[in-house]
Design a protein around this ligand. Structure first.
Ligand code: BGC
Length: 721
């Protein structure tokens, strides 16, 4: 098995949606879906832009897809030689995880097509493709290449007022409907052959047409350079794009590829987890690390990663708690500058979080559940469509999933603990923690003179049970946030004036005094035989099996939560909830407690979210359930290899790549199998290797120092460098 690539034989248009995700080439600025160059809208081609959103009419706001500047289609003697238009003798696609290069090879009677393309990690505005044709008979070639505006939109269209310029560079500009953001795509080509050149503009885009006679046995290659800029990047995006693609054309494909490969080599040097003993697992881990690394916002100083990465518009391109809890750890331990960029996004979007809190009558910061640019809430009141009535179902994710603020505070504190770098807290992070704590103070339901304080009417990670009281996870996150606020004073004990000024600027005096009593009184969960109750009254719900609940479904796409969902009246949960709590606070629970809860909750968990299995795997490692951990690891790490994940929530398409599972795979390997943990301010290893693994080796940066973690069956150790 090639542990560094994913291949697929044959042309399967019915798999186009999933394959577009699995074969994604991305660079943090944009994601190029894994579809062939000639793909029309039926194969869901897209160049999804990070951080650029638009709303069409009253539909969901979602990220904007740029026109596709790597379009190629050709004809021999007028006959189309493209997938979907002619039957291939053979077709294969391959994605190389080591360098993020996508290869395709297609054989028709008359021609063999081979191409390799990438989204440059060295120059984030660049897409490049080397497209090659070897002819098996003489004929007249007509090749169209250019900028296709036939792009996939879920809730579009988003681009209007198209303007095309044609010359050495083709340039297409359009503006978004809502905020009038200009999106510019330029394309230049470098054929290794002479041809007659003409231009065409059609409803499908702007094209260069190359015509010439070809002979049997002849191979022609054309290199394509597409550049994408928006007016968020530069005031003259069109000029920038045209200039860049012409410069890259001069440089040539090989040089562009070399720079891109160097950038990837550096990423792997800093983050690769080498897993020895099982090839399928090694490949799955490479895939996971490839996908997560490929969508990291290296080009920005404040940006986060959407829940479906840059694989399209699903989940509205929004930023969820996935960022802080699932993506953040790999970056914090391997490329802390990226972890910083993710958190800087939250610091910058504090005004949005304050506004959201105020809109519900609270103080402090209530972060968006589905955060778009500026912290704008992308989550709608009706986030699911009922399969029976086709009516939107009222969901309360945006209103009640208040753990989001605590999750952000949790990551801000972890960033400091892992990197030892206080500057992020100084540059707004401390303010965020204080404002999140203030939100919980104002959200707590009882007066502080009572014995306990409840957090009522919330949703924990398990979204199938909405509007519950005292979610164990949520209360623990709120508690941690309040404690982190107090910790700040100790942390800045050497800068008392700075800290006092911060409190003063935030007008925080009264709230500060409320933190200790709230910490003392916030409701701790009920325990039954050592099992933590997920929320008040959970144990009283019907205790049936997952199969029982599944048998009650009348449609496979039916939503399990919401008002009439089959899971609601039962103890069946969507995803790790109490178990996520145990995984995130390992020091607060004994092995016995972890084991009791794991035993109870695992059979009651649907794992209906890709965020679930990794939390179960992490805790399984802790209690020596290595066989279970192994199975959950494979499920997590293989998710974007197999493409076999949940594709629908009610009538809403939710397919795409799964960065949370990708980050989860790193977490299982590093924090679970190797047992990397911080105790008393020092990293420790508590290995729990499944029998399939003989060795794990990976780099981390611990408080600025580069270390290599090595774990074998004999134990684990840190090596310098
Ligand atoms: C999960 C959430 C998650 C979101 C985005 C939902 O299905 O329940 O926990 O944040 O997907 O990944």
């Amino acid at each position: 098995m090639d542990v560094w690539s994913l291949s697929k034989q044959g042309d399967h248009p019915e798999d186009a949606a999933q394959d577009g995700n699995r074969f994604l080439a991305a660079n943090g600025y944009m994601g190029l879906r894994g579809v062939p160059e000639e793909a029309g809208a039926d194969r869901f081609p897209a160049v999804t832009l990070a951080g650029v959103y638009d709303r069409f009419q009253d539909r969901w706001r979602e990220p904007v897809n740029a026109p596709n500047g790597l379009f190629v289609q050709f004809f021999l003697d007028g006959l189309p030689l493209s997938l979907g238009k002619a039957e291939p003798l053979m077709h294969s696609a391959q994605l190389h995880y080591q360098n993020g290069v996508y290869h395709r090879r297609t054989e028709f009677d008359a021609v063999l097509i081979e191409s390799e393309r990438f989204a440059s990690l060295a120059q984030c505005h660049l897409l490049a493709d080397r497209y090659q044709m070897t002819f098996r008979r003489d004929g007249e070639l007509t090749l169209y290449t250019g900028i296709s505006t036939e792009i996939w939109d879920i809730n579009g269209p988003h681009l209007f007022d198209f303007r095309h310029e044609q010359g050495e560079a083709l340039l297409t500009e359009a503006v978004t409907g809502e905020k009038h953001i200009t999106v510019a795509v330029a394309q230049a080509v470098r054929p290794d052959f002479e041809a007659q050149e003409a231009f065409e503009t059609t409803a499908a885009g702007s094209f260069r047409v190359l015509r010439r006679a070809v002979r049997k046995g002849e191979t022609l290659t054309v290199a394509l350079f597409a550049a994408v800029y928006t007016s968020l990047d530069h005031p003259a995006p069109g000029e920038q794009a045209a200039r860049l693609c012409l410069r890259m054309k001069e440089l040539g494909f090989a040089a562009c590829l070399a720079a891109h490969e160097d950038a990837w080599a550096d990423v792997w040097r800093r983050s690769l987890v080498e897993l020895t003993g099982d090839e399928e697992a090694a490949r799955a881990l490479h895939a996971s690390q490839y996908h997560l690394n490929s969508i990291a916002p290296r080009h920005s100083d404040a940006m986060s990663i959407p829940a479906r990465g840059l694989s399209g518009q699903t989940y509205k391109g929004a930023i969820f708690w996935d960022s802080e809890i699932f993506f953040f750890p790999m970056f914090a331990y391997t490329q802390p500058e990226i972890a910083r960029v993710l958190l800087k996004y939250r610091i910058d979007t504090l005004p949005g979080a304050r506004q959201k809190a105020a809109s519900y009558g609270y103080r402090g910061a209530f972060y968006a559940w589905e955060s778009q640019e500026g912290g704008q809430e992308g989550c709608t009141d009706f986030n699911v469509v009922d399969v029976f009535t086709h009516r939107p179902v009222r969901t309360y994710f945006r209103d009640k999933q208040i753990h989001i603020s605590g999750d952000i505070a949790y990551a801000l504190r972890s960033y400091y603990e892992i990197t030892g770098d206080r500057s992020l807290l100084e540059e707004g992070g401390a303010k965020v923690i204080l404002e999140c704590a203030r939100f919980y103070i104002s959200r707590a339901s009882a007066r502080l003179d009572g014995d306990t304080v409840d957090l009522n009417d919330v949703i924990g990670p398990d979204e199938y049970h909405e509007r519950v009281a005292n979610s164990a996870f949520t209360n623990a996150m709120a508690l941690h946030c309040l404690k982190s606020a107090l910790m700040l004073r100790e942390l800045f004990a050497d800068r008392p004036e700075w800290f006092a000024r911060l409190l003063k600027d935030l007008n925080y005096e009264q709230d500060w005094a409320l933190i200790p009593p709230l910490i003392a009184r916030i409701r701790r969960p009920r325990l039954r035989d050592g099992v933590i109750e997920q929320f008040d009254g959970y144990f009283e719900l019907e205790d049936c099996s997952l199969d029982d609940v599944r048998a009650r479904l009348r449609d496979p796409r039916e939503y399990w939560g919401g008002d009439h969902g089959v899971a609601g009246p039962t103890q069946i949960i969507k995803q790790a909830d109490v178990i996520a709590l145990l995984a995130l606070f390992p020091g607060d629970f004994t092995d016995r407690e972890v084991a009791d809860n794991w035993q109870y909750y695992e059979p009651r968990t649907e794992h209906g979210s890709s965020l679930s299995a990794c939390m179960y795997a992490l805790t399984a490692c802790r209690i020596g359930k290595t066989d279970e951990a192994w199975e959950l690891f494979l499920r997590t790490a293989n998710i974007d290899v197999s493409g076999s994940s949940k594709q629908w929530a009610g009538e809403i398409y939710i397919g795409g790549t799964h960065p949370a599972a990708n980050g989860g795979a790193w977490m299982i390997a590093a924090l679970g199998f190797a047992g990397l943990r911080i105790r008393d301010g020092r990293p420790e290893l508590h290995p729990s290797l499944p029998r399939q693994i003989s060795r794990l080796r990976f780099p981390i940066v611990w408080r600025g120092e580069r270390l290599t973690v090595e774990v074998t069956r004999e134990g684990g150790r840190f090596l310098r460098g």
